[in-house]
Write a protein that binds this ligand. Structure first.
Ligand code: NAD
Ligand code: SER
Length: 314
């Protein structure tokens, strides 16, 4: 087992639930401290309640557990963020700057910071979006994450910290439910297909977005964090392409396994958010710098999701 003491913020969320387990397999359960603003009940290791806006509590936890690395997942996602923009800025950006400063002062160099396809905006090329491109996001979530990327880069350049980041596409997984994002439909659709054989989709039928299956997302995170520091050329956040598809395409894929499955489209405000994001992504920097390679395409994701959710439900 590797000798690190890791703090995860937002560990009760869609990604944190799975990442905590993966890190515990690598570093040992006692070395991985899960935290969240809400108590997690499915937790098999150390857990502390932490509101990331509470600097005093953050410092106390870092000292008590002798933390050496942080995975800073806590955030308010794109759709929920629009209901309370100033709170979202506080949680997503002000708390991040505070985290960077606390880590700098306490000598913690290595931090994982998840960014997102929401940093892209109306002026970003929609197809095969390059690593270095126009970033004019329109949601408060996208603005906060894009600014957060720049602060990460600033602390790397100015204070020689080792902050690593990927722009996750929408994440699909069977282990946990997404909360308040624009890409949540791509998880909900599987649950509805199995339960009701019908899904009402809040995006329009041809809205292409990049998505990534949870095992790929977790592997990307761990591989990036393990890569030699000297190999990393992007210190804002790496593009990750994942696999791009529309609601209609995933519906047709699920229908191959569940022929009676039906769908209707009732686009809401999330459809407009999705319209501002990229359709597909160029992730050649991630592939060249740290050997990133996608494993799950749409067909593999669909079969695995249906199989795993069926097992959970029986
Ligand atoms: P999530 O919304 O499922 O989980 C976020 C967690 O943060 C929740 O458990 C919530 O309780 C916690 N939280 C919220 N406010 C907090 C606060 N003030 N203090 C402490 N904890 C707080 O999010 P997720 O989908 O697991 O995403 C994790 C990270 O990955 C986020 O930073 C998100 O921006 C990024 N990301 C996720 C996706 C995705 O599709 N899931 C895509 C791109 C980027
Ligand atoms: N899945 C996230 C969202 O929809 C993208 O960061 O908000």
């Amino acid at each position: 087992m590797k000798k690190e003491r890791i703090l995860i913020t937002g560990a009760g969320g869609q990604i944190g639930t799975v990442l905590t387990q993966a890190l515990r397999e690598t570093y040992g359960a006692p070395a991985v401290i899960a935290s969240d603003i809400k108590r997690i009940d499915h937790n098999a290791g150390p857990f502390v309640v932490l509101d990331i806006l509470n600097r005093h509590r953050l410092e106390e936890i870092i000292d008590d557990y002798k933390i050496t690395q942080i995975y800073h997942l806590a955030a308010i996602l794109s759709a929920n963020g629009e209901w309370n923009p100033l709170k979202t800025w506080d949680v997503n950006l002000n708390a991040w700057i505070m985290m960077l400063e606390v880590c700098r002062l306490k000598g913690i160099r290595k931090i994982f910071y998840p960014s997102t396809i929401a940093v892209f905006g109306a002026t970003t090329p929609k197809e095969y979006t390059p690593q270095h491109t126009s970033l004019e996001p329109t949601t408060v979530y996208g603005i906060s994450k894009q600014t957060g990327e720049l602060w990460a880069n600033y602390y790397v350049q100015k204070y020689q910290m080792d902050i690593r980041s990927v722009r996750y596409p929408g994440i699909i997984g069977y282990q946990s439910m997404p909360q308040g994002g624009t890409t949540d439909y791509a998880v909900e659709i599987f649950h509805s297909a199995l339960k009701d054989q019908h899904y009402t989709c809040y995006l329009s039928r041809n809205k292409h977005l990049p998505m990534l299956y949870m095992p790929d997302a977790i592997r990307a995170t761990l591989e990036l964090m393990e890569a030699p520091e000297s190999s990393l050329s992007v210190r804002t956040s790496y593009n990750l392409a994942g696999i791009s598809f529309s609601p209609e395409e995933i519906f047709n894929e699920i229908k191959k396994s569940i022929p009676d499955f039906t769908i209707e489209y009732k686009p809401d405000f999330r459809d407009e958010i999705a319209s501002s994001w990229s359709h597909s992504i160029d992730d050649s920097c991630a592939r060249e710098d740290w050997g990133w390679k996608l494993e799950y395409d749409l067909s593999k994701i669909t079969l695995d999701m249906l199989e795993k959710l069926s097992q959970i439900n029986t």
